[in-house]
Design a protein around this ligand. Structure first.
Ligand code: GDP
Ligand code: IMO
Ligand code: MG
Length: 439
């Protein structure tokens, strides 16, 4: 009988970029497999090891630890050119990928027309209703690819690359449908769409299939076998909980299940198998793209956070919107994923602020709200209720033990813990591995 292997989840509890990559890298020392289960190249996970910084989009962060097997599971939308580029970059940098990466044969492919469709939809919405109606996507083709997944007849999966005749027929109708629909969509914003040539796409996809072949596998079966053998599996969430297509600030979200809830379908793992759920929390709030962000500070505080935190996107380079920590949103996402512990990230960025504010409730039209609003329009209108706590002046990047943090920094962490009702197990005071304080 297999032993009960302790498996873990790393999931961002805000709007992304919480520092998931750093903690996946940190924890992976104790795990055998790292599995990405949602999203695609919209994710940008930046990991610093010594004097090197790695920016990973599709390859799980476990690739940075020798001996760890990395899986891109079925729930991911795979941009094949992007993942091949990442593999080549890792290998050129002296990190062999080879047998340490497996890609699900059931994952859907993001193709060039998905990225084009992403931009065309944003442009069409802006032309018809103004820029405020745009989602502000990363332009990585995520929404259009998941839409095709749900549509079925217009989708291409990894396994299709190895059925050349069926793929030829599939591409003939996909080209017909896309050329008509994307041509019309382009017209709405005064653009044109270069029609897809199905024969050329067929040749490209067969070549991509050969390049991907060494990595392709039934990843759900690998996870099942690994768990049965008592190996430890870590699930790496992409994007953040508030970008979840069901539970986030819809429609200003991404198109996948970003919380730990997405693991079961996105990796083919039964619910009972997950024990440790590490919620990653930036010590303040950031958001890229459009949509409500109640605690956003469009002022000197926001500037302080952006400049000290280098808050510019890993994927698109866009400046991130910055603000105070939002405990209403955090409680919502911690509950969805069943967070068993929290890791508070980028605490060092707060140094130098005289006082810190924590949003503990939302007020709307003079009354306090229960729970997290479903409507983005309502969330746009809420007024955050803040609790003010003392800040800390000292830099904390050189601190190596929790007890050595300034008293006000510890009090801030412990207040978050009390308000969230979830234990804080780690505090991060810089991007490097050594800047991780375990409590
Ligand atoms: P992810 O998408 O959740 O993996 O996060 P990103 O990598 O997009 O963004 C987090 C950024 O913060 C990266 O540049 C990290 O190197 C950096 N980072 C992580 N933890 C800390 C920290 O404690 N302090 C500081 N200053 N930077 C950190
Ligand atoms: P990581 O994994 C921050 C945001 C986009 C946009 C919305 C929809 O690095 O935390 P999409 O391209 O997914 O259709 O864009 O979601 N977004 C992210 N923001 N970090 C991410 O990933 C994100 N992935 C998507 O900015 O607002
Ligand atoms: Mg990121």
């Amino acid at each position: 009988m297999a032993t009960q292997a302790p498996h873990a989840v790393v999931t961002g509890l805000q709007w992304g970029d919480e520092g998931k990559g750093k903690i996946v890298d940190w924890l992976t020392e104790s795990y055998d497999l790292v599995v990405r289960y949602n999203g695609g190249a919209n994710a940008g996970h930046s990991v610093v090891i010594g004097d090197r910084r790695y920016a990973l989009h599709l390859v799980p962060c476990g690739i940075l630890r020798p001996g760890v097997l990395n899986l891109v599971a079925n729930g991911v939308v795979l941009d094949p050119e992007q993942i091949l580029r990442e593999i080549a970059e890792l290998e050129a940098g002296g990190l062999p990928v080879g047998e340490r990466l497996k890609i699900s044969d059931r994952a859907h492919l993001v193709l060039p027309y998905h990225k084009r469709a992403d931009g065309l939809m944003e442009a069409a919405v802006a032309a018809l209703a103004g820029e405020a109606s745009q989602v502000g996507t990363t332009g990585r083709g995520i929404g259009p690819c998941y839409a095709d997944k749900a549509q079925r007849t217009t989708a291409v999966r990894v396994a299709d690359l190895y059925q050349p005749e069926a793929l030829r027929r599939q591409l003939a109708h996909i080209a017909g449908v896309k050329n008509a629909t994307l041509g019309a969509l382009a017209g709405l914003s005064g653009q044109t769409f270069e029609p897809i040539d199905p024969a050329a796409l067929h040749a490209t996809l067969l070549s991509i299939g050969e390049q991907l072949r060494p990595y392709v596998a039934d990843t759900a079966a690998i996870i099942r076998d690994a768990m049965a053998e008592g190996r430890r599996v870590l699930f790496e969430g992409g994007n953040g909980s508030l970008l979840d297509v069901d539970h986030g600030t819809y429609p200003y979200v991404t198109s996948s299940s970003t919380t730990a809830l997405g693991i079961h379908a996105g990796a083919g793992v039964p619910a009972a198998r997950l024990g440790r759920v590490v919620g990653i929390v930036k010590a303040y709030t950031t958001r890229v793209g459009a949509g409500p962000c109640p605690t956003e500070q469009v002022n000197a505080i926001g500037e302080h956070l952006r400049e000290r935190g280098h808050e510019y996107g890993t994927t698109t380079g866009r400046p991130r919107r910055c603000g105070w920590l939002d405990l209403v949103a955090l409680r919502h996402s911690a509950q969805l994923s069943g967070a068993t512990e929290l890791s508070i990230m980028l605490l060092d960025v707060l140094a130098g602020l005289e006082t810190l504010q924590i949003c503990t409730a939302y007020r709307l039209d003079g009354r306090l709200l229960d729970g997290f609003p479903a409507s983005a329009a309502e969330l746009e209108r809420v007024e955050p209720v803040y609790e003010t706590v003392p800040g800390f002046a000292e830099e904390v990047t050189a601190v190596r033990a929790y007890d050595q943090l300034p008293a006000a920094a510890r009090a801030y962490v412990e207040r978050i813990e009390a308000l969230a009702g979830v234990r804080v197990s780690m505090v991060s005071v810089g991007p490097e591995r050594s800047q991780t304080l375990v409590r």
